[in-house]
Design a binder for this molecule. Structure first.
Ligand code: NAD
Length: 535
């Protein structure tokens, strides 16, 4: 580990442990009486450019607040801009020749070590992740685990990353294809998976021989600073991965337009993704977009209702509904509608809200005040369009919840497919129940939105299940499982307004982070004209 990173983190860890002890909250956050300025001094995070901790040249910073307790300041971060993006791109460009020359199996050894160190620090990282983002601790551990899984998977690809060797038309001639890195890749990530999403992008990118500039979301930039420390400790050369914090306009947009960045990998809203795609189109820049979803779970009349109920609760209210794969619609066969709905309302009303670091909590807060207002707006719209609210429908209060951005898990029924709560991504703990008469109707309703990320069907009918796999317009279909729960060895991504055709995870992600080159070797010693000469 580099000295400055070591002293920075060690100093912080000692200080934080001391403060935690003083506060008497064990692993809970720093809660001693200090002014906001004092807290900022103690939790100053930095950009990491060429392995150095740097400030924004403007000197400006922004704060990262715990969404479960807005009196808890997680830290302050540089509000970076063009100068920092330029410096990070220069660092990544300087690191590129050495890194891409390192054989892929050697790169894999470093990434494998990254996975091992992350596994050792899993709990520490997960605690910070929950504190800055709010998801319950079990899910935060899963978020980190996904990063570890990706590290091991990507490291193994260092000995694969297959090209093709194929027969050719002429004698004494060989044909094969190889992958070449793109160069400097820019990564722009959202706040809802502060570890999993950056690692999905970074690990395959560097395994393929690229170097990276990463901009995390301003609502959750702390977790990824721990990843940068792990990368350094694992021996990743300086400049291969650079971190620049700041807003979408001041940092993200500058990255998208930067001529030194050859590819942009973006995960976030469809609106921002569309803007980025337009810019990249003009610049002939490669771009991968993972965007919004309006995922649905179908419950057929022959489904195991207990199983379907557990799936619906987990899919709709895990991460307080703030997953791109969240179950935002439940499409239920009329024959089981009443039985299913009654039990769902009862179970939903019993979900425990609170600080995600409390292991007994089911549902954490929304990420910020604006997101809670947005969710409240969709709920009002649902009511005004004639849907019936079955439970929830308001900010949660009392029992310490007033300090955070909590919203009660909310269910609507009597929802028609064209209502806005059945069409638009809400990104909160709100689910719409739609009634159908048949599998055909269920699939038509499911397909009837502009999104296409995840989907699920609960049925015991194997024919129906295969029909759904074939006909559902989505990047992912689960049979007898909820809409959430992707694993890293299968492609991840969506169709329609959710994606632009690329996939993350699995070996398919290497198609984004590499350029194919076809190689022909003619060892006949004479001119052989393809498609013309006959042998
Ligand atoms: P967002 O689009 O507001 O922001 C995403 C990132 O883009 C952030 O880092 C932000 O700072 C940056 N950004 C904003 N404006 C920009 C601009 N003009 N140029 C460049 N960068 C810019 O999204 P969010 O609120 O952080 O995340 C929630 C959204 O992400 C939801 O729509 C969710 O469905 C989606 N999401 C999709 C997936 C997926 O894999 N499909 C996964 C997670 C989240």
């Amino acid at each position: 580990m580099r000295p400055q990173l070591f002293w920075f983190t060690t100093g912080l860890n000692i200080l934080e442990n001391l403060l935690r002890c003083c506060s008497g909250f064990g692993t809970l956050s720093v809660r001693v009486d200090r002014t906001a300025d004092e807290q900022i001094m103690e939790h100053r995070y930095h950009n990491v450019i060429n392995g150095q901790l740097t400030e924004a040249t403007s000197g400006r910073r922004f704060n990262n607040i715990n969404p479960a307790d807005t009196t808890d300041l997680v830290g302050s971060f540089p509000a970076s801009g063009e100068a920092e993006v330029n410096a990070a791109v220069d660092a990544a460009a300087d690191a590129l020749p050495g890194w891409r020359k390192l054989p892929a199996p050697r790169r894999g050894e470093i990434v494998f070590r990254v996975g091992r160190i992350m596994a050792d620090r899993k709990e520490q990282i997960a605690q910070l992740l929950t504190r800055e983002m709010g998801k319950v601790i079990a899910e935060a551990r899963g978020d980190v685990q996904e990063g570890i899984d990706t590290a091991y998977y990507a490291a193994g690809e260092g000995r694969r990353m297959f090209g093709d060797t194929v027969p050719v038309e002429m004698p004494n001639k060989a044909g094969f294809s190889i992958r070449r890195p793109i160069g400097v890749c820019g990564m722009i990530t959202p706040w809802n998976f502060p570890m999993a999403i950056p690692t999905w992008k970074i690990f395959p990118a560097i395994m393929a021989g690229n170097t990276v500039v990463l901009k995390p979301a301003t609502d959750a930039p702390a977790t990824v600073t721990q990843l940068l420390e792990v990368l350094a400790e694992a021996g990743l050369p300086e400049g291969v991965v650079n971190l620049v914090t700041g807003s979408g306009a001041a940092v993200g947009d500058v990255m998208v337009r930067h001529p030194g960045i050859g590819a942009i990998s973006f995960t976030g809203s469809s609106a921002v993704g569309a803007e980025i795609a337009a810019t990249c189109g003009q610049l002939h820049k490669r771009v991968s977009l993972e965007m919004g979803g309006k995922n649905a779970q179908i419950v057929m009349d022959d489904a195991d209702l207990d199983l379907a109920l557990e799936g619906a609760l987990w899919g709709a209210f895990g991460t307080a509904g703030q997953r791109c794969t969240a179950t935002s619609r439940l499409i239920v066969h009329k024959k089981v509608l009443l039985a299913f709905t009654d039990r769902l309302v009862e179970r939903t009303s019993r979900l425990k809200l609170g600080d995600g670091r409390d292991e007994s909590v089911d549902v954490g807060p929304l990420i910020n005040a604006a997101q809670r207002e947005t969710v409240a707006g969709w709920v009002d719209r649902g009511r005004s369009e004639g849907a019936r609210m079955l439970c929830g429908g308001k900010p949660a209060a009392g029992n310490g919840l007033d300090k955070g951005h909590f919203y009660e898990p909310t269910l609507f029924d009597c929802v028609e497919p064209d209502m806005s709560i059945a069409q638009e991504e809400i990104f909160g703990p709100v689910t719409a129940i739609l009634a159908v008469d048949s599998l055909d109707e269920a699939i038509a309703v499911l397909n009837g939105t502009r999104y296409g990320l995840s989907s699920s069907i609960y049925t015991r009918n194997v024919n129906g299940a295969f029909k759904a796999m074939e006909e559902i317009e989505a990047g992912i279909t689960y049979v007898n499982g909820p809409t959430i729960g992707a694993e890293v060895q299968l492609p991840f991504g969506g169709v329609k307004a959710t994606g632009n055709g690329h996939r993350e995870a699995s070996h398919t992600v290497f198609d984004f982070y590499t350029e194919w080159k076809s190689v022909y070797v003619d060892y006949s010693g004479k001119l052989q004209r393809a498609q013309i000469d006959e042998t």
